[in-house]
Design a binder for this molecule. Structure first.
Ligand SMILES: *[C@@H]1O[C@H](CO)[C@@H](O)[C@H](O)[C@H]1NC(C)=O
Ligand SMILES: *[C@@H]1O[C@H](CO)[C@@H](O)[C@H](O)[C@H]1NC(C)=O
Ligand SMILES: [Zn+2]
Length: 381
């Protein structure tokens, strides 16, 4: 498959098929010379406004006005004080066949917007304001070109994705359903076949304090904890052809008071990226290993989600499986689920978060293709 896309705003990308299949890859880009376009300006306005999880109001207020000013009907859903989700659509049909969605919050700290030629840096440029801006421009353009109409597509922007998905879980209260939902997160312009699930836990060791010269007078909680963690490292975690290996990360550890005191307390926080099986079977496996390794250990699980398959029945994309969590499992319903967006997850939460103008322009095309494909396919409801 082959197509040539003439991007009217800033640059020209030539697309071609690779020898290995019909995955679409840009063969080369002619660098953008334009310093601004509606897409670049919208992305900039979103990134300039800090929106660390919990403090999204600045960007929410901006986006609500922006969408109203560009002709959408806009509803807000209060999630908590000063925290709102935004739902936008054309005319009066809040029920639409397709929903395009992403999140407005970012991880801390805020990094300012900076642009040098094709490269745009700053917190949220990738995760997920790149998706937000390109989705909106994609929908606006399809409407201008008469390719979509009232009742076809809705836009939803939620708060709280980076810390538990509170915003998206509240969307279930809206009483809406869709045939297809297109989720925007960084996928390097590839169409996801799914993402791993996650299982979080805290392991706590209870010991007894004492003088380090007299080990028999106490019980060392750090020794207990390290035995438990060593047992976890040895565990064979489930894997699957589709999602690869489940992986373990111990991300925080704390305990004790001084080098010459037997520690009475210690704990570790960690998680598994789940590639196979159910969260419950994995919980059982981990709990058994911990409890067998040392009698002074306890484990508490904080969340558990199995692998999340997504739909990829749309031509013209390379596909990928991702190792991060999203809002997808938080939105209930029988809709088809697509996951796609510009930029790489590998730099999304880092201090060097960046994206290119060509990525943004490519994502507008990608979202248009996904939306059109969803509208053309047979209704499943
Ligand atoms: C929103 O963020 C912009 C950019 O940082 C800032 O200039 C503006 O004062 C903020 N507005 C509010 C209401 O905090
Ligand atoms: C999964 O783990 C096995 C054994 O540790 C390793 O050989 C293999 O390369 C891993 N697969 C992936 C996709 O990382
Ligand atoms: Zn994200």
């Amino acid at each position: 498959m082959r197509f040539i896309s003439y991007l009217p705003v800033a640059s020209l990308t030539i697309w071609g098929s690779q020898a290995t299949g019909d995955a679409q890859q840009p063969l080369y880009d002619i660098p953008s010379v334009q310093s601004s376009s509606p897409l670049i300006d919208l992305h900039k306005a979103l990134v300039e406004r800090p929106s660390i999880t919990g403090s999204e109001a600045n960007v929410t207020n901006f986006l609500r006005s922006y969408l109203q000013d560009t002709g959408f009907t806009v509803e807000t859903q209060v999630v908590e004080k000063n925290r709102e989700n935004i739902l936008a659509y054309f005319g009066s049909s809040r029920k639409t066949r397709v929903l395009v969605t992403s999140h407005l919050d970012t991880v801390p700290p805020h990094w300012p917007y900076e642009r040098h030629g094709d490269v745009i840096r700053g917190r949220g440029t990738v995760d997920a304001k790149g998706s937000v801006a390109t989705q909106i421009i994609a929908v606006q353009t399809l409407l201008q070109e008469d390719k979509i109409k009232e009742g076809d597509v809705g836009l939803l922007y939620v708060v709280g994705e980076e810390r538990g998905g509170l915003g998206m879980r509240q969307v279930n209260e809206l009483g809406l359903s869709w045939e297809s939902v297109i989720f925007g997160e960084p996928t390097e312009l590839k169409l996801a076949r799914g993402h791993k699930g996650g299982l979080g836990f805290t392991i706590t060791a209870k010991g007894k304090a004492g003088h380090s010269g007299y080990p028999e007078t106490g019980t060392n909680a750090i020794d207990s904890l390290t035995r438990g963690l060593a047992a976890l490292q040895r565990l064979e975690l489930p894997w699957s052809e589709d999602f690869g290996n489940s992986t373990l990360n111990i991300g925080k550890i704390e305990g004790g008071v001084a080098g010459n005191v037997i520690p009475a307390d210690a704990y570790a926080i960690g998680g598994v990226r789940v590639a196979a099986g159910t969260p419950n079977s994995l919980k059982g496996l981990i709990e058994t290993a911990i409890l067998k390794s040392d009698p002074n250990l306890e484990i508490e699980f904080t969340y558990g989600i199995g692998p999340v398959p997504t739909d990829y029945d749309c031509d013209g994309f390379e596909t990928v499986v991702l190792n991060y969590g999203t809002d997808i499992p938080s939105l209930k319903g029988k809709h088809k689920r697509y996951l796609y967006g510009p930029g790489s997850i590998l730099n999304a939460h880092s201090a060097h978060e960046f994206l290119t103008v060509s990525d943004l322009e490519g994502a507008v095309k990608g979202y248009q293709r996904l939306i059109t494909n969803s509208l053309e396919s047979q209704s499943t409801i």
